[in-house]
Design a protein around this ligand. Structure first.
Ligand code: PHE
Length: 530
């Protein structure tokens, strides 16, 4: 294969040919990259690419040239070689003489024109002959008959030929008068196109050959000492970093990280929540939830088959819990039913993180130095045997907080909850009396959702009952206030996900996880009116 010019050469060769084209003197230029590309037989795009690359290192300076010119359509090219449709039709009619030609005869004489010449030579030609009053349609026979003997020439073809004959296309916008261009454009025979090219001159760093700057310092450079003289690329502090290929936090974890930060700022310490399997004792009994409570049914709770029983329970504490259930104490009459060890030792997947809160409070009560006021929180997974729908799954996450201190009141609970929710941007709260076996009073927490413009339930709360705290051994005037909410609900609101299955489970789109923006909650200072 023979190649002319520098066609088929790599970008380095294109670069060096550009640099050598400018080697004549300080004011040598390539006046137009397009002309240069035709001359050197190299694709214009690759010349422009090389010029831009040279310009980034200031080897060359570029000035943009924009050139407009007309190009001929396929139909126009057909006219240039075979004459305009109207002349072809007229010629056929003149040959036929006074009898004229039917449509079919005309088709045979001039041809319908292939797909490439648009809507058909015959149809366009006939239309233009009638419009130009070169022919008429005979009413009786329906045939087309010429009414002129000859015409002076093929105007359309001549105009197109004139455009084509201009040696540098750049000037073809000047050869015809304006109405002619308009007429040709209307017939879609020509179209105006814009081409971008460049004038290339020497840049401040011009040199006849390009020295590539080193991007990295190598061991060899250090060993040979060549790093002292090697030119290095400048740092580009404005470039976007490469996107990281892995390790994206799921939206739930992003919200968890943010909640964790907020709770730590409020002085809460995280509880160890890595216990998904719990005993009924910690999950229910220590919370003074009666052994006959419906939640302790397999319809609501996932029990563990293997191992089905816990092997250790703090025995003294067990006795005090059992006594509280059976006979009461601390002002309570208890449930007055038989407390069964068999029920208490059953293993299950914890149904709430309050099981962990209970373990922590028991520990706090039996701390070596004695009880000390504390604030704890946890954010982790819980399990319930629920029927699943757009907002419910069998496993979800709870955020739970508790404060244990002397003589806390319901006001402290409301205040703490208000502070927490204000930090995640919810300022309007309402509290509704509720029931939990382990808290009294208990309150459901409702928040006003400014987007949805309605009050929605966002959490549950209460003061732990003496029946729960006394058997643990907490001092008599220590009160524990606590609240809990799901992690899923605020995450779905934050990330505008309306089906929980798009957030969690096997249907989750990995792209969603990868692209979910970071989570930030804005603390709201002032109250908004509902
Ligand atoms: N454990 C409760 C639930 O699962 C939440 C809660 C926590 C309520 C602490 C009161 C106090 O909904």
């Amino acid at each position: 294969m023979t190649t002319t010019g520098i066609m088929g050469s790599g970008s380095n060769d294109v670069e060096s040919s550009i640099l050598s084209a400018l080697s004549g003197g300080t004011d040598s230029i390539i006046s137009d990259t397009y002309a240069y590309s035709v001359e050197s037989n190299v694709d214009h795009n690759s010349i422009v690419g090389s010029c831009k690359s040279l310009a980034t290192d200031a080897y060359v300076s570029l000035t943009e040239i924009s050139t407009q010119f007309y190009v001929l359509s396929t139909e126009a090219e057909d006219i240039v070689s075979n004459g305009s449709q109207e002349i072809r039709v007229l010629n056929a009619l003149l040959l036929a003489g006074g009898a004229g030609l039917s449509n079919e005869e005309l088709e045979n004489a001039v041809g319908g024109g292939g797909e490439s010449v648009g809507s058909g030579v015959c149809k366009i030609g006939v239309g233009n002959c009638l419009k130009n009053r070169w022919a008429r349609k005979d009413k009786a026979s329906g045939k087309l008959i010429a009414i002129v003997d000859s015409v002076s020439g093929d105007d359309v073809r001549d105009q197109l030929l004139r455009l084509k004959s201009v040696s540098s296309k750049e000037d073809n916008t000047k050869v015809l008068d304006d109405p002619t261009y308009v007429a040709l454009k209307r017939r879609k025979l020509i179209a105006l196109v814009t081409r971008k090219s460049y004038t290339v001159s020497r840049g401040p760093n011009y040199a006849p050959t390009r020295t590539r700057k080193a991007a990295d310092l190598t061991r060899e450079m250090l060993e040979s000492g060549s790093w002292k003289t090697t030119p290095f690329k400048e740092y580009n502090f404005r470039t976007l970093g490469e996107s990281v290929g892995g390790g994206h936090l799921h939206p739930l974890l992003k919200v968890r990280a943010e909640f964790r930060k907020i709770l730590m700022e409020m002085g809460f310490e995280e509880m160890p929540t890595d216990k998904w399997v719990e005993s009924s004792f910690w999950n229910f009994d220590t919370l003074f939830q009666p052994q006959s409570h419906p939640a302790r049914d397999a319809h609501d709770t996932f029990f563990i088959k293997e191992p089905c029983r816990t092997i250790s329970i703090p025995e003294e504490y067990y006795d005090r819990v059992k006594a509280m259930h059976e006979t009461g104490g601390s002002g309570s009459i208890g449930y007055r039913t038989v407390f069964q060890r068999e029920e208490a030792t059953k293993n299950l997947l914890r149904t709430h993180t309050t099981a962990i809160s209970s373990r922590m409070l028991y520990k706090l009560a039996n701390r070596p130095g004695g009880f000390k006021p504390a604030r704890y929180f946890s954010i982790d997974r819980v399990f319930r045997n629920e029927s699943m729908d757009a907002t419910h799954l069998c496993e979800f996450h709870q955020v739970e907080g508790l404060v244990a201190d002397y003589n806390l009141s319901l006001g402290d609970l409301i205040g703490t909850i208000e502070t927490f929710f204000r930090k995640i941007g919810i300022t309007q709260l309402r509290f509704k009396p509720a029931f939990n076996p382990y808290t009294e009073p208990s309150m459901e927490v409702f928040g006003y959702h400014p987007d949805l413009k309605k009050w929605t339930e966002i959490g549950n709360s209460g003061m732990f009952r003496p029946e729960m705290l006394a058997p643990m051994g907490l001092p008599k005037d220590v009160r524990v206030i606590a609240w809990g909410l799901s992690l899923e609900r605020p995450t779905m609101i934050k990330y505008r996900i309306d089906n929980i299955r798009n957030l969690f489970g096997h249907k989750v789109d990995m792209g969603m996880t990868r692209n979910a923006p970071i989570c930030r909650f804005e603390e709201k200072e002032e109250e908004e009116k509902a």
